[in-house]
Design a protein around this ligand. Structure first.
Ligand SMILES: C[S@@+](CC[C@H](N)C(=O)[O-])C[C@H]1O[C@@H](n2cnc3c(N)ncnc32)[C@H](O)[C@@H]1O
Length: 205
């Protein structure tokens, strides 16, 4: 496990939040995320959702408005402060619980969540920490729960984070998750990054 390098990633993001540089929010609406919330609402109405790498909480708020109880966690204390302030402003503080923490050391109970959202975190997990990421999410997810995953595609120029193909994600997750839905962002697009969007169903353990 390379927590030293992973810690650098966390610090990098905290510094971006401090400076207000959030390019991942300059993305046109992503129908896949709304599709996921509607899909999950059908399977687990009022279920519990984990927003992993929740940043300033905008996705958590979307999920809370879609009727879920939401737990948001992020490695940046600055982002979590902003998320808590926004929750107060929007009157959502009873529906969303935010905390600063590490996706590689989750402290929620076993089989707690019906759904998990990871938009833009997994591609910042170093390859040598992927198993630890999987162990953590598998422990807190219920059997037959659902995950939304959005990652950088290989169409992005080299930079921070990893790039994935649809096949690579399938290979990394197939032991524990069944693919349910896939869509790629249109290309070319004015968005700052090209994302692949997946809905995965956790297999019974
Ligand atoms: C690209 S941003 C996406 C934020 C949010 N999901 C969104 O779409 O606006 C990646 C997020 O992952 C968080 N992060 C990075 N490493 C983390 C870790 N080990 N545990 C939890 N969060 C982490 C960063 O602080 C950042 O908020």
């Amino acid at each position: 496990m390379r927590l030293d390098k992973q810690e650098e990633v966390r610090k990098h993001f905290d510094s971006l939040y401090k400076q207000g540089i959030l390019p991942w929010k300059d993305h046109p609406p992503e129908p896949a995320l709304s599709y996921f919330l509607n899909y999950l609402k059908d399977k687990a109405p009022e279920g519990k959702v984990l927003d992993l790498g929740c940043g300033d909480g905008w996705i958590s708020f979307k999920a809370a408005r879609a009727s879920f109880r939401v737990w948001g966690i992020d490695g940046s204390a600055t982002a979590i402060k902003k998320a808590r302030q926004a929750a107060q402003k929007q009157g959502l503080q009873t529906k969303v619980k935010f905390k600063t923490g590490n996706a590689l050391n989750l402290a929620y109970p076993d089989s707690f969540f019906n759904g998990l959202i990871d938009r833009g975190l997994f591609h910042h997990i170093l390859p040598e920490n992927r198993q630890l990421y999987l162990q953590n999410i598998l422990r807190v997810l219920k059997n037959n729960s659902f995950m939304y995953l959005a990652v950088f595609s290989q169409k992005n120029p080299e930079g921070i984070g990893q790039r994935f193909s649809r096949q690579k994600i399938r290979q990394l997750f197939e032991k524990h998750f069944k693919p349910v839905f896939f869509i790629a962002d249109p290309y070319p697009s004015p968005a700052p990054a090209h994302l692949l969007h997946f809905i995965l169903k956790r297999k019974t353990s």
